[in-house]
Design a protein around this ligand. Structure first.
Ligand code: FES
Length: 98
Protein backbone atom coordinates (compact mmCIF):
# COMPACT_ATOMS: atom_id res chain seq x y z
CA UNK A 1 0.00 0.00 0.00
CA UNK A 2 1.47 3.29 -1.04
CA UNK A 3 -1.48 5.61 -0.55
CA UNK A 4 -4.19 6.16 2.00
CA UNK A 5 -6.27 8.44 -0.18
CA UNK A 6 -9.66 7.24 -1.38
CA UNK A 7 -9.62 5.65 -4.80
CA UNK A 8 -10.92 7.91 -7.55
CA UNK A 9 -14.12 6.74 -9.21
CA UNK A 10 -14.46 3.82 -6.82
CA UNK A 11 -15.73 5.77 -3.85
CA UNK A 12 -19.04 4.95 -2.35
CA UNK A 13 -21.22 7.83 -3.41
CA UNK A 14 -24.59 8.76 -2.11
CA UNK A 15 -27.44 6.90 -3.66
CA UNK A 16 -29.65 8.67 -6.17
CA UNK A 17 -33.36 8.05 -5.95
CA UNK A 18 -36.34 9.03 -8.02
CA UNK A 19 -39.08 11.14 -6.49
CA UNK A 20 -42.35 10.91 -8.37
CA UNK A 21 -44.81 13.74 -7.90
CA UNK A 22 -47.78 13.53 -10.20
CA UNK A 23 -46.37 13.63 -13.71
CA UNK A 24 -43.07 15.08 -12.50
CA UNK A 25 -40.01 13.15 -11.57
CA UNK A 26 -36.83 14.44 -9.96
CA UNK A 27 -33.68 12.76 -8.83
CA UNK A 28 -32.53 13.27 -5.26
CA UNK A 29 -29.58 12.15 -3.20
CA UNK A 30 -29.22 11.17 0.41
CA UNK A 31 -27.03 14.24 1.01
CA UNK A 32 -29.80 16.66 1.89
CA UNK A 33 -33.38 16.70 3.11
CA UNK A 34 -36.10 16.28 0.52
CA UNK A 35 -37.41 19.84 0.91
CA UNK A 36 -34.16 21.44 -0.25
CA UNK A 37 -34.00 19.21 -3.30
CA UNK A 38 -37.65 19.79 -4.22
CA UNK A 39 -37.09 23.54 -4.01
CA UNK A 40 -34.01 23.29 -6.18
CA UNK A 41 -36.14 21.50 -8.76
CA UNK A 42 -38.63 24.38 -8.67
CA UNK A 43 -41.27 22.49 -6.68
CA UNK A 44 -42.82 24.64 -4.00
CA UNK A 45 -43.48 23.05 -0.63
CA UNK A 46 -45.12 24.83 2.28
CA UNK A 47 -42.83 25.18 5.28
CA UNK A 48 -42.23 27.24 8.40
CA UNK A 49 -39.54 26.03 10.76
CA UNK A 50 -37.51 23.75 8.45
CA UNK A 51 -36.38 21.91 11.58
CA UNK A 52 -39.04 19.31 12.24
CA UNK A 53 -41.11 21.32 14.74
CA UNK A 54 -44.22 22.51 12.95
CA UNK A 55 -45.26 19.82 10.43
CA UNK A 56 -46.23 22.43 7.85
CA UNK A 57 -44.00 20.67 5.32
CA UNK A 58 -45.97 17.44 5.68
CA UNK A 59 -46.29 15.65 2.34
CA UNK A 60 -48.17 12.47 1.57
CA UNK A 61 -45.86 9.50 1.01
CA UNK A 62 -47.62 7.12 -1.38
CA UNK A 63 -44.82 4.57 -1.35
CA UNK A 64 -41.13 4.34 -0.69
CA UNK A 65 -38.86 4.82 2.28
CA UNK A 66 -37.46 7.86 4.07
CA UNK A 67 -35.55 8.25 7.30
CA UNK A 68 -34.95 11.12 9.71
CA UNK A 69 -31.40 11.86 10.82
CA UNK A 70 -32.91 13.16 14.04
CA UNK A 71 -36.32 12.50 15.56
CA UNK A 72 -38.64 15.34 14.47
CA UNK A 73 -40.56 17.00 17.28
CA UNK A 74 -43.60 17.39 15.04
CA UNK A 75 -45.93 14.44 14.80
CA UNK A 76 -45.46 12.55 11.55
CA UNK A 77 -48.82 11.17 10.53
CA UNK A 78 -48.78 7.64 9.15
CA UNK A 79 -48.43 7.77 5.37
CA UNK A 80 -46.84 11.21 5.43
CA UNK A 81 -43.32 12.59 5.67
CA UNK A 82 -41.80 15.86 6.83
CA UNK A 83 -40.01 17.17 3.76
CA UNK A 84 -37.74 19.53 5.69
CA UNK A 85 -35.92 16.76 7.47
CA UNK A 86 -36.69 13.53 5.58
CA UNK A 87 -33.83 11.82 3.82
CA UNK A 88 -35.00 9.76 0.87
CA UNK A 89 -33.70 6.19 1.04
CA UNK A 90 -35.47 4.61 -1.94
CA UNK A 91 -37.46 5.67 -4.95
CA UNK A 92 -40.60 7.29 -3.59
CA UNK A 93 -43.86 8.78 -4.75
CA UNK A 94 -45.30 11.78 -2.95
CA UNK A 95 -48.38 13.96 -3.24
CA UNK A 96 -49.27 17.30 -1.74
CA UNK A 97 -52.98 16.65 -1.54
CA UNK A 98 -55.15 13.65 -0.72
S1 FES B 1 -41.09 23.01 8.07
FE1 FES B 1 -41.60 22.69 10.13
S2 FES B 1 -41.57 20.54 10.35
FE2 FES B 1 -40.87 20.88 8.33
Amino acid sequence: MTSTSKPQGDEKTDQVHRVLLGKKQILVTEDEPLLVQLERAGIHVEYQCREGYCSSCSVKLLWGHVIYPFEPLAWVQSGYLLACCAIVKSDIEIAFFD
